[in-house]
Design a protein around this ligand. Structure first.
Ligand code: PLP
Length: 388
């Protein structure tokens, strides 16, 4: 009997990886494809970080580390959280995991029971809904609308909270829209759930990639630290997606439970990776500033370019490295338009609908790619749309 466990039928996926494999298949046939589908910086990991890892390998940091995380790295996280997030925490409240994603996975496994309700953004990172369904909980999505700069509407959140709500997921700056919550939004969210026994998973993976203003962690607000799980990692900020290093900040009892989940799965994150992470979080931040400035230039070019194409209009989001244009004026649906661009123009993008029903009518383009590629893609899209 080759049947899989029933729970697998509820597991979702991330369309970025599916589109990437279709794009690669087209490239293997000799087609030229410009890649806007994958959300990872195209920069090399900064030299000082790579050197720290090499040194650690030479010094023999090649065995198991403690499951909760190598203490000097957790100390670096504590200092970083104080400096960039305004959070006072201890090393006991930090768990180190392989990337930002496992913080999501373990948080949902540790907190959410079958039948609980979990509120999450729509459009939003597809893994949120996948995990909620995987554990048999009820997904309650909250729409993010273009006319509201893709911010969550706090009044709507209040309406969605019930006695069954266990967890609310927020993500600012957001994937796929680049939208950012304002300080008032964050206060409003905290007020909507405070004292109700509801946890917040605050996905802050794009926190440092902002073009205007800054993001304050909801965990820094009064009474919120014990009810917040902060998700962050080095993947996006330091161009380290392949290193697999992330961390969660949460109250100590929960940190112990998530450490148990680590012991039952990964055992630990590679110690030389964590030593590189110390250099990333506490060393010079010059590379981050440079990358953000480069993203800012690309954002101008891609958003202005998209706005000059018939049927497309696009807002300039304040964070992350995604453009999320409205393509309703083309008369095509998101999936059909994304396929049209891939096969007719050789431009790989993601359908907005793959991030939730409220993403229908939009596309996601990751501009973590060179200006030359962006300009070439804009020309190709413009030409293809003329033929519609
Ligand atoms: N959270 C969001 C919103 C993301 O977009 C991503 C990556 O695409 C992650 C978390 C996961 O990052 P990591 O590669 O560190 O697991």
């Amino acid at each position: 009997d080759h049947r899989f466990a029933e729970r697998l039928g509820r597991l979702g996926s991330e369309s970025a990886f599916e589109v990437l494999s279709r794009a690669k298949a087209l490239e293997a046939e000799g087609k030229s494809i410009i890649h806007f589908e994958i959300g990872e910086p195209d920069f090399a990991t900064p030299r000082n970080i790579v050197e720290a890892a090499k040194k650690a390998l030479d010094r023999g940091f090649t065995h198991y580390a403690t499951a909760q995380g190598y203490l000097p790295f957790r100390e670096a996280v504590v200092a970083y959280a104080q400096k960039y997030k305004g959070i006072d925490c201890t090393t006991e409240e930090v768990v180190v995991v392989p990337g930002g994603k496992p913080v999501m996975f373990y948080t949902v496994l540790a907190l959410v029971n079958e039948g609980d309700e979990v509120i999450y953004p729509n459009p939003g990172f597809p893994i949120y809904e996948s995990l909620i369904k995987f554990v048999g909980a009820t997904p309650v999505s909250i729409p993010l609308r273009e006319e509201n700069d893709f911010r969550l509407d706090v009044a709507e959140l209040k309406q969605k909270v019930t006695e069954k709500t266990k967890l609310v997921i927020i993500n600012s700056p957001a994937n796929p829209t680049g939208g950012m919550l304002t300080p008032e939004d964050i206060h409003g969210i905290a007020d909507a759930i405070r004292g109700k026994g509801i946890y917040i998973l605050s996905d802050e993976i794009y926190q440092r990639i902002v073009y205007r203003g800054s993001v304050k962690s909801i965990a820094s607000l009064p009474g919120m630290k014990d009810w917040t799980i902060v998700l962050d990692g080095v993947s996006k900020t330091y161009a380290m997606t392949g290193w697999r290093l992330g961390y969660g900040i949460m109250r100590q009892e929960l940190a112990k439970k998530i450490t148990d989940l680590m012991i039952n799965s990964n055992s630990c994150v590679a110690p030389f990776t964590q030593i590189a992470g110390i250099e990333a979080l506490t060393g010079t931040q010059d590379a981050v500033a440079k990358m953000v400035e480069e993203f800012r230039k690309r954002r101008e070019i891609i958003v202005d370019g998209l706005n000059s194409i018939k049927g497309i209009r696009c807002r300039k989001a304040d964070g992350a490295f995604y453009a999320f244009p409205n393509i309703k004026g083309t008369g095509m649906g998101s999936k059909a338009f994304a396929d049209f661009l891939l096969y007719r123009a050789g431009v790989a993008t993601l359908s907005g609908a793959s991030f939730g029903s409220y993403g229908e009518g939009y596309l996601r383009l990751s501009y973590a790619t060179s200006i030359d590629q962006i300009e070439m893609a804009l020309e190709r899209i413009d030409k293809a749309v003329q033929h519609l």
